[in-house]
Every structure is written in C-alpha cells, then in structure tokens.
Design a protein around this ligand. Structure first.
Ligand code: BTN
Length: 244
C-alpha cells in the first residue's frame, strides 16, 4: 500500500562491514526495508575491491536490504536512486553531485559512495544490498587529498542521527520510484545532478578508450557520451575520468 513502508533499523557500534551483516540478515529472510547502521566498520569495502575507510563516529555507514521485483539489469538504477536520495537529503546542507555511476562528489572531491551487491536467480534479484558511506565529521588530516567531508566543506559538525534521518526519508521516496519502475524519472534527475554533464570525459572500458562529452544517463542506467568523431556511445559501469 502506498504510504506505508515496513522499516526495521538495526544499530551497531562496530561491525566488519554493514553490507556483510545485511547479507547475513537477507539470507535469513529479512524483509525490505531492513536498515543496518554502524558507528564504525573494521572492514568497510567499496567498489572494485577498494577499502572504505570507516572511522568510528565520523561518518555514516549504512546498508539497506531491498527485495525489488525488478530485472537484475536495472539494479544500477537503484544505486542511482539512492545517490539521488543523498543529494536531495543534503540539499539544505551541502551541494553534492553524482559521479557516474554512483559516487557522490562535492566539488571535485569524493564525499560519499554507494556499493550495490545482490543475489540474483533467473535474472531477478532475490535481494539487493545497497551500502552507503558518507564522510560527515572527518577532519582534513583524516582523509586522503581526493576526499572531503561535510565538516570540511561547511565548518560545522553534524549529528549522525540528523543526517541519517534526512537520508532515510529520501531513500524511502526514491526506492518507491524504483519499485514503481519510474526509471525515466530516476534517469532524468540523475542526469540533472551528474557531475560530468556536458564535460569532456575519457572513459576506459575493458576493450577501448572513448573520448567525448557526457550528456545524460539513460533509463538503461548507461552513461551517454557523444564521442569525438564517432557518434553516441552508451557506457555501462566503467570508470569515467575528466579531461582537464
Ligand atoms: C565506493 O565508493 O566505492 C562505495 C563505498 C561504499 C561504502 C559503504 S559504507 C557502508 C557499506 N558497508 C561497506 O562495507 N561498504 C558500504
């Protein structure tokens, strides 16, 4: 029923990774939306096998258990929907943008990231875990030069509860869009909030390097790039590097 969402929030002090806990709960039948929230992680992980630095009480480390009736190939759009939830939740606090597919940037620096993991059978997900990491009260010296936090940008400390509640409210809204298959809405809003929109990009795919201008995210969750000299390319989950 529209308007009612089952919600179970489980809070921890320290865990290995909230995504690990969420997987375990999902395997045991946890309903959507189950939310796992920890104050610190000892083995936080990011995309492409990278580590997600998760100092205690400095950032938000949250994983959502979803069970959408969607095709597996649409799951990148779910990651984008959650990135949009973060953008809308933070709109009165700090301007952030999406670096495709679902990094969250403030200016040129990374402030948050999203990790989508799923268990899929017969092209449909049994469950999807979306993990969100957001740097909130980290000091400059605590982060690599390529990263920033809400504190560094605004000079204000924020309560994790406040940011969590703002984000949760928007996650519920954007997850509803995804469940209703409002893929065009998600793609359009993601395009509007795309950091690389209209910019020259170099895309490294497994087979080739494409140079061009990024102009939208499609409802197929691909990045559309007008390539220099060779028509439009639709890019699927590769790395995008800006030309300076
Ligand atoms: C990325 O940018 O590479 C994605 C980072 C995702 C980090 C979050 S923190 C909460 C959840 N638990 C994890 O181990 N990873 C995600």
């Amino acid at each position: 029923m529209e308007g009612t969402t089952y919600l179970k929030i489980i809070k921890f002090n320290r865990v290995t990774s909230t995504n690990d806990i969420a997987h375990r709960l999902a395997e045991k039948g946890a309903r959507e939306i189950t939310v796992v929230w920890a104050k610190g992680q000892t083995k936080g992980r990011g995309r492409r096998g990278r580590k997600w630095n998760s100092p205690y009480s400095k950032g938000l480390y949250v994983s959502f258990v979803f069970r959408p009736q969607a095709e597996a190939r649409k799951l990148n759009l779910l990651g984008m929907a959650i990135a949009l939830a973060v953008i809308y939740a933070l709109r009165d606090i700090i301007p952030v943008k999406i670096k495709w597919p679902n990094d969250i940037l403030c200016g040129k620096k990374k402030i948050g990231g999203i990790l989508v993991e799923s268990k899929v059978s017969l092209h449909h997900p049994d469950y999807v875990i979306v993990g969100l990491g957001l740097n909130i009260n980290n000091l400059l010296k605590e982060l690599p030069a390529s990263a920033t936090s809400i504190f560094i940008e605004t000079k204000r400390k924020y309560s994790l509860d406040k940011i969590f509640n703002l984000i949760l409210k928007e996650v519920i809204i954007w997850y509803r869009h995804f469940k209703k298959k409002d893929y065009t809405e998600i793609a359009q809003r993601a395009s509007e909030n795309l950091d690389t929109l209209g910019k020259k990009v170099v895309v490294y795919t497994e087979k080739k390097v494409i140079k061009g201008t990024a102009y939208k995210i499609g409802k197929d969750a691909r990045l559309y790039v007008r390539s220099d000299g060779n028509g439009v390319k639709r890019i699927f989950a590769s790395s995008v590097v800006h030309l300076r």
